[in-house]
Each structure stands twice: as structure tokens, then as C-alpha cells.
Design a protein around this ligand. Structure first.
Ligand code: BG6
Length: 506
């Protein structure tokens, strides 16, 4: 295969990157500086963007194009973790960077944006294709869509797509209302709801592992799998986002979206093809099959926590209620755990234990699939034989898969011991993994929505989460109930213990 001829490279042939302009609303915000710009620069560095690719940053700060370029240059240097800064690549990239000062609430801004887009279409030959990215407060999403619609920017001579960051509403009703507003201007197929967990390399690899191999899928059900655990632990606190986080909490911030999507990827039925809607139909179907808890079940099978002061990594850290922007009596959950069951033939009776929290002992995200033990203990009833097989999908910080099984210890006796068969991304491929934002931005430019969340999935997730939220909001919690640096409140251990299990310590 010749690297010179792009048409002989199947990936490039199938996924031709079209010319387009990307409009980032909220361009002076943190997300743009920390994630979007470094990801876009990396795509440019890897020559993945088209020649005329252009970015227009929109926000209120009064900046010129050049001042914006300088700021973005600093951001790229500061936040590109593993991309070498090459001045030549930057120069070429920066020529496609533009800036428009303006307020989301000001109708005139959209008209000026329209003019700027026409100029750029002429000068950079973007073909009229525009990807709008809302990196602004969620309360401004509907206003932005309306402004684009009123200025006639929701359609044009090329394609128009809208990327929206979570949260998609704060409950089922508000999620539907938001979607109705967006749909006044953009069709559902042009709305790209980003869930950056789905862009993570190992989460995508779940699909390859399950559906690219023949040997695992026959084991992938209630006959062989005893239970599944998904842990997304963070050691950081709310990092200056106390105001937002106080409204959201861990359940809405992480479980409603990221962890339920990960669970859906683990548990969905095989899709008939790898087309976006085929995969998304299966994810959606799985989400709809999750049992909706009654208030009584919520009290048994969901646990809220909030951290108090404690120690992490040898340092004293304040409790959540002492964080900036947080109410001294806050009832917000910074830890959430729940036991979900899936009401379908494949999974009936198999608990999925999900937990997430801030200020836990370390940053780690993993899925562990706990298989049933061997049916007969023939090795003199050795305790080791009760150790079930375990498949661990490590999402971060390391990326890989481990399969734990029993092996005979060397020696004359028949002694068994658990051992591990490991696959590590780094050592197996010797290549860097793209960041989730690189993958997802490129997908949106190409028009591949496989890893994006559809409105029916958002609604199905809210239906699962809302009953929990309602019970938690209606009852006063005895917070704080775990010290920073602990693995959450003891009730989370008790919840799992009631099902006869314990959390795996990642
Ligand atoms: C975001 C949440 O969606 O995901 C944050 O709003 C959280 O609260 C973050 O810290 C975690 O992402 P990652 O990729 O660091 O696991």
C-alpha cells in the first residue's frame, strides 16, 4: 500500500475528510483551550484535516484574528500533552484560524458570522460546509440554535451540523425541551451530542473485542457472567467548577451519560453492521431495557455520597462544602453508585454495579467482568478454585485488557494460582492513542455519528436516572459521608455485599 496514494489507503478512502469551517462558540473558554484546540492542532499535525479547513472562534472578548491566534498558540503549547509543537505546522494551521467577537444573545452576531462564513468559504473553499460547536453554558444552547436559525445559518449550500456538549438537560423533561429547540433548526441526524467517553480508545475497543472476535461473544451472557462492575474514580475535586457541579452532582455528571453509555457498549446486542445507526440502535435498545427502579429499590440499590475533608497523595484537601462556589449545607452527591439490572434474555439477573466519585484515592476507570466459577471443584476444594475468571477493561490511565484465570503453580503438587494475560495498548502497538476529542471531532467533520449520543438514548438514560434523582432530592442525606481519599461511603460496599459481592479495588 503506497502512502503517497490516499486512494489506496482503505481508511482514508472510506473516511474522506471534507472541506469545512468549524465555528466554536465559547472560544475563550476552558474546554476550547484545554481540549478542542490541542485536538485540532494534533489532527493538523497528523495531516488529517483538509487543506482549506478553517476555524472561527466566537466569544465575547474583543480580540482580533491575530490576538486569537496568539492565545490559541499558547493554549496548544500548554495543553498538548504528547504533541511536539512544530512552528511550520502551527503557521499553516493558524492561517485557518479566525475570530469573531460577539454575544450569543445578540442577533447581529449571527449576521456577522454569516458574512464571515461567506468570506471564508470564498477564500478557503470550504464548500459551504459548517460544523457549529457549542462550548458554552447549557442554558445558552437553545438561544444559539435559535440565533443560527433566524440568521439562516442552519442550512446552506453545504452541510450544517451542530455539536453539543453535555449536560443534555437536567432531567427527562428538560432534555426533551432542549431537543425540541434544537430540532427547530437542525434535524436529529445533524445534531451531534458529544460524550467524550465514547471517544476513548478502549471504549471503542470494546466493540472490536466483542464483535471482531468469535470466541468471547458466546460467553457474553447470564450463563457465564456473574456480574459486571464499572468504576470511574477521580482523585481531583471540583476544580473551580463548584457552581456547575453543585447543580449536577455525580449521578447526572457521570452516570447519566458516560457510564450508562459504557454499560450499553458492554451489554448491547451485536449490531448488524458498523453503520452509525445500526450501532446506536443497539445501544439505545439496551438503555431502554435497563430496569427502572421504584423508590424502594432506589433505597436498596443506589447510594449517594459527598466527600468531607481528608488526605489524598499525602496532602490535606478540603471537603466539598468548603470548595469555592459550594453551599455550606450542600446536598449534592460527589459520589454515586447504583446496581442496574437489564430486563432482557441475555442479562436477566446479572447485576451491573456502577460507581463514580470525586476525591477517591486515585484516577482510574475500568470495567471488570466477573465470570461464574467453574461448576465443579475437582482440585481438592482449593480455595483458589473459587476465584472466578475476570476480564478487566482498563480505560484510563493505562489502556488495555487483562484476563485473569487459574494456572498450576510450578511444583510437584497440583496447586492453583490466579495469573493474568495482559494486552497493553502502549506496548502492543507502540503508537499513541488519539485523544477522545481528536476522534470525535474528526468523526463529526466526516459525518460519522456512531460515537455520538442520539436523543432517544439521552431520554432512555434519563428515565433510568430520574427515579434515583427524585428519591435523593426528596430526602435529606447525612453528608459528608466519606472522607476525601476513601473509596466512597460504606453504604456503597453494603449495597454490593447485599448481592453477595464486593468491589474490586482497581
Ligand atoms: C466530564 C465531567 O464530563 O468528565 C467531569 O463533567 C469529569 O466532572 C470528566 O471530571 C471526567 O473525564 P475524564 O476523561 O477525565 O475521565
Amino acid at each position: 500500500m503506497s502512502a503517497q496514494n490516499p486512494f489506496q489507503d482503505p481508511l482514508r478512502f472510506e473516511r474522506r475528510v471534507p472541506e469545512c469551517a468549524l465555528v466554536i462558540f465559547g472560544a475563550s473558554g476552558d474546554l476550547n483551550k484545554r481540549k478542542l484546540m490541542p485536538a485540532l492542532f494534533r489532527l493538523a499535525y497528523d495531516r488529517r484535516l483538509s487543506a482549506g479547513f478553517a476555524i472561527i472562534g466566537v466569544s465575547r472578548s474583543p480580540l482580533s484574528d491575530d490576538q486569537f491566534r496568539e492565545r490559541m498558540c499558547e493554549a496548544v503549547k500548554e495543553f498538548s500533552e504528547d504533541t511536539q509543537f512544530e512552528p511550520d505546522v502551527w503557521q499553516a494551521f493558524a492561517q485557518g484560524l479566525f475570530y469573531l467577537p460577539g454575544d450569543i444573545g445578540d442577533p447581529d452576531m449571527y449576521h456577522r458570522l454569516g458574512q464571515k462564513l461567506s468570506e471564508i468559504e470564498q477564500s478557503r473553499h470550504t464548500g459551504g460546509n459548517v460544523l457549529f460547536y457549542l462550548s458554552v453554558q447549557p442554558s445558552q444552547y437553545a438561544r444559539a440554535a435559535q440565533g443560527l436559525g433566524e440568521a439562516g445559518l442552519g442550512s446552506g449550500n453545504g452541510w450544517r451540523r451542530l455539536v453539543v456538549e453535555k449536560p443534555f438537560g437536567h432531567d427527562l423533561e428538560s432534555a426533551r425541551a432542549l431537543s425540541d429547540e434544537l430540532h427547530k433548526v437542525f434535524q436529529e441526524s445533524d445534531v451531534y451530542r458529544i460524550d467524550h467517553y465514547l471517544g476513548k480508545e478502549t471504549v471503542q475497543n470494546i466493540l472490536a473485542f466483542r464483535f471482531g472476535n468469535g470466541i468471547f461473544e458466546p460467553l457474553w451472557d447470564r450463563r457465564y457472567i456473574d456480574h459486571v462492575q464499572i468504576t470511574a474514580a477521580e482523585s481531583i475535586g471540583v476544580e473551580g467548577r463548584g457552581g456547575y457541579y453543585q447543580e449536577a452532582g455525580a449521578l447526572a455528571d457521570m452516570i447519566q451519560n458516560h457510564l450508562l453509555q459504557v454499560m450499553a457498549t458492554i451489554a448491547m446486542e451485536p449490531s448488524a453492521s458498523f453503520r452509525a445507526d445500526s450501532v446506536r440502535d443497539e445501544r439505545a435498545k439496551l438503555l431502554r431495557s435497563i430496569h427502572i427502579m421504584s423508590p424502594e429499590e432506589v433505597r436498596q440499590d443506589a447510594v449517594a455520597g459527598q466527600y468531607g475533608p481528608g488526605r489524598i497523595g499525602g496532602k490535606d484537601v478540603p471537603g466539598f462544602r468548603e470548595e469555592q462556589g459550594v453551599d455550606a449545607e450542600s446536598q449534592t452527591n460527589t459520589f454515586a453508585a447504583a446496581t442496574f439490572v437489564v430486563d432482557n434474555w441475555r442479562w436477566a439477573g446479572v447485576p451491573f454495579f456502577l460507581r463514580t466519585g470525586k476525591r477517591l484515592p486515585k484516577r482510574t476507570t475500568e470495567i471488570s467482568i466477573h465470570f461464574k466459577p467453574a461448576p465443579l471443584a475437582i482440585f481438592n476444594g482449593q480455595a483458589a478454585q473459587m476465584t472466578p475468571n475476570l476480564l478487566i477493561v482498563r480505560i484510563q490511565p493505562e489502556e488495555g485488557l487483562s484476563l485473569k484465570f487459574l494456572s498450576k503453580r510450578p511444583g510437584t503438587g497440583m496447586n492453583l494460582r490466579p495469573v493474568s494475560m495482559d494486552f497493553n495498548y502502549g506496548s502492543s502497538f507502540g503508537e499513541r492513542s488519539p485523544s477522545a476529542y481528536e476522534t470525535l471531532l474528526l468523526d463529526a467533520i466526516i459525518g460519522d455519528a456512531t460515537l455520538y449520543t442520539r436523543q432517544d438514548m439521552v431520554e432512555a438514560s434519563w428515565k433510568v436516572v430520574e427515579p434515583i434523582q427524585q428519591v435523593w432530592h426528596s430526602e435529606k442525606n447525612d453528608f459528608p459521608n466519606y472522607a476525601a481519599g476513601a473509596w466512597g461511603p460504606k453504604e456503597a460496599d453494603e449495597m454490593v455485599a447485599r448481592h453477595g459481592h464486593s468491589w474490586r479495588e482497581p
